[in-house]
Design a protein around this ligand. Structure first.
Ligand code: ATP
Ligand code: MG
Length: 391
């Protein structure tokens, strides 16, 4: 019997993603309607007064078509994003807070619960050993070329004369309809320039339950070694987002398929494989783990509970033995797993605080829980501990 369990103890830095309902997608939607609030009207006025071309771009535009609420607005200005932000902030008046990041050429305007990020349209060129580009002023086209995926490269004009016009040079809208993640330019260049995009590729495919286009996927495999120039923190950030997706296994399977997983998380890959001796086989602990992660994800958005599930058998490869009278054994794998958690968290730059201890405690305890299914035992355990645990 499946227990119905509610968790109110979830505090996680990333909201878990709900599955996107694409059948509701309307291709002929009046885009203008989505920009008729005060914020966009005032950005439009400001841009026209300064004589600057101005567009909403990226995730905000994508999420309109996906019918996902999105608070963060990215605006590209053909000219100075900082000048534009300051003028917009003055127009908003009291309640507006403008932060300028001169080094990045960007500025953010916060107004109540809305955040608008302004950036000047730019052209980027990369050196081989860094994901930090040399940046120069560019056109809207240059700026769209440097975006990671076609679905993230769509722009909507805010200037009065073209208000609500979609600029979609890479047919991002078609890719949304076909549920496809594809790079706007040659994927070898896109991924090699900034290898974080490889993690973002798998992350978006997982969050949205999209396919990765074949050519894009092949480039993931070819460029996988470039992931070494990306900081562990950025990788952990993407892994957390994958883990918070509705079906996290999809992300780990894609990461494995393209060869990134052994580079960023070899301990998980070590769970793979089935060995048979004298007709006795053990289960594939990799797929077993992913199954349990997907199951727990139906019950909880708690990122750390999902991590605990992902690591619940992590000690198995080190404890695997063949015992002629018993068969395959993994004695004490929970104790070994418990010991591995801090090292893993340290190595992957995950937090070394009470969250790590919580994951560690769960990886020790899971085996002693009386229920058959690990996910239920985690859930029950978590529920019992809810009052004592602040997580
Ligand atoms: P979400 O915030 O929901 O994760 P998003 O698409 O808004 O998704 P952000 O990281 O907020 O993602 O970035 C905003 C936009 O900036 C993206 O839509 C994309 O156009 C661009 N972008 C972000 N990171 C990169 C990158 N590494 N390479 C190229 N373009 C990027
Ligand atoms: Mg965003």
């Amino acid at each position: 019997m499946q227990a119905k369990i509610q968790f109110n103890c979830v505090i996680s830095p990333y909201p878990a993603q709900k599955i996107v309902n694409l059948p509701l997608f309307k291709m002929n939607m009046e885009l203008k309607e989505h920009f008729n609030n005060k914020i966009f009207k005032l950005i439009s006025e400001t841009a026209d007064e300064l004589g600057l071309e101005c567009y909403v771009v990226g995730g905000y535009v994508r999420d309109i078509f996906l019918k996902r609420p999105s608070k963060d607005i990215d605006v590209v200005v053909v000219g100075s994003g900082i000048e534009m932000a300051q003028a917009f902030g003055r127009k908003l008046g009291r309640g507006a807070h403008v932060s300028v990041f001169k080094n990045f050429g960007t500025a953010q305007v916060k107004y109540h619960d809305t955040e608008v990020e302004f950036v000047g349209a730019r052209k980027e060129s990369y050196s081989h050993d860094s994901r930090k580009p040399v940046v120069e002023d560019g056109t809207l086209e240059d700026d769209q070329n440097r975006r990671d995926f076609t679905i993230n490269a769509m722009a909507v004009c805010l200037n009065k004369a073209r208000f609500g016009e979609l600029v979609d040079p890479f047919n991002g809208l078609d890719d949304l309809k076909e549920r496809t993640i594809r790079t706007p330019l040659d994927p070898d260049i896109t991924f090699s320039d900034d290898p974080l995009r490889m993690m973002r590729c798998v992350r978006f495919a997982t969050q949205l339950n999209f396919y990765i286009d074949d050519t894009t996927f092949e480039a993931l495999s070819r460029n996988k070694e470039r992931i070494h120039i990306i900081s562990k923190e950025r990788i952990a950030d993407e892994l957390n987002k994958i883990l918070l997706a509705p079906i996290p296994s999809k992300g780990f399977i894609e990461l494995d398929r393209c060869g990134l997983l052994p580079l960023i998380f070899p301990e998980l890959v070590a769970l793979q494989g089935v060995e048979t001796r004298n007709g006795r086989a053990h289960k594939d602990n990799f797929y077993h783990t992913l199954e349990v992660v997907d199951n727990i994800s139906k019950h909880t958005d708690n990122l750390w509970l999902r991590w605990a599930t992902l690591l619940h058998d992590i000690g198995k490869p080190r404890t695997k033995r063949w015992e002629p009278r018993i068969g395959w054994t993994f004695h004490n794998h929970n104790f070994i797993g418990e010991k591995m958690v801090p090292d893993l968290f340290r190595k992957m730059k995950l937090p070394m605080n009470e969250k790590m201890k919580y994951v560690q405690k769960l990886s020790l305890i899971h085996i002693s829980e009386p229920t058959r299914q690990a996910e239920i035992s985690y859930a029950v355990f978590c529920l019992k501990k809810k009052k004592r645990d602040s997580l």
